[in-house]
Design a protein around this ligand. Structure first.
Ligand code: FES
Ligand code: FES
Length: 160
């Protein structure tokens, strides 16, 4: 089936089997391998992308369901000139990643949170990221990073 949608601002036409997941279409048909696939059951959050601004599990959505939608993946997070998003900078500064497998999904979920709430408290950050599983960092650095990025985005200050 032909599907047409926008990914990170670029229009894409893909020919997929109806059973193809959005995660597989992004990774295998469009070469956007930043979206990771861990559990393929909607549990780990590694495949999280934004569809029309809402976070979705790309492993649980069929590519054909994205027809006409605007999809944002981790590849679309940095600026066009490669300048990292404050969240990406903060994950680096605050040691929010170790192996990095969960990181794209963490960043997309964190972006969704900061799109909705200007300065979420630490417990809100933990609550909102509770659907994303990390096997490495113990979460403290991730919460630190999201908190610092929120501060930077709200005030324009450099992250601590
Ligand atoms: S791969 Fe989609 S939630 Fe785990
Ligand atoms: S940094 Fe390794 S799974 Fe999160």
């Amino acid at each position: 089936m032909k599907v047409e949608f926008t990914v990170n601002g670029d229009r894409q036409d893909v020919d997929v089997e109806p059973r193809r997941t959005l995660a597989d279409a992004l990774r295998e048909d469009l070469g956007l391998t930043g979206t990771h696939v861990g559990c393929e059951h909607g549990v780990c959050g590694a495949c999280t992308v934004l569809v029309d601004g809402e976070p979705v599990r790309a492993c649980l959505m069929f590519a054909v369901q994205a027809e006409g939608s605007s999809v944002t993946t981790i590849e679309g997070m940095a600026g066009p000139d490669g300048t990292l998003h404050p969240l990406q900078e903060a994950f680096s500064t605050h040691h929010g990643l170790q192996c990095g497998f969960c990181t794209p999904g963490m960043l997309m979920s964190a972006l969704d949170l900061l799109n909705r709430e200007e300065r979420p408290c630490r417990s809100r950050i933990r609550e909102e990221l509770s659907g994303n599983i990390c096997r490495c960092t113990g979460y403290a650095g991730i919460v630190d990073a999201v908190e610092a990025a929120a501060e930077e985005l709200a005030t324009g200050a450099e992250p601590a």
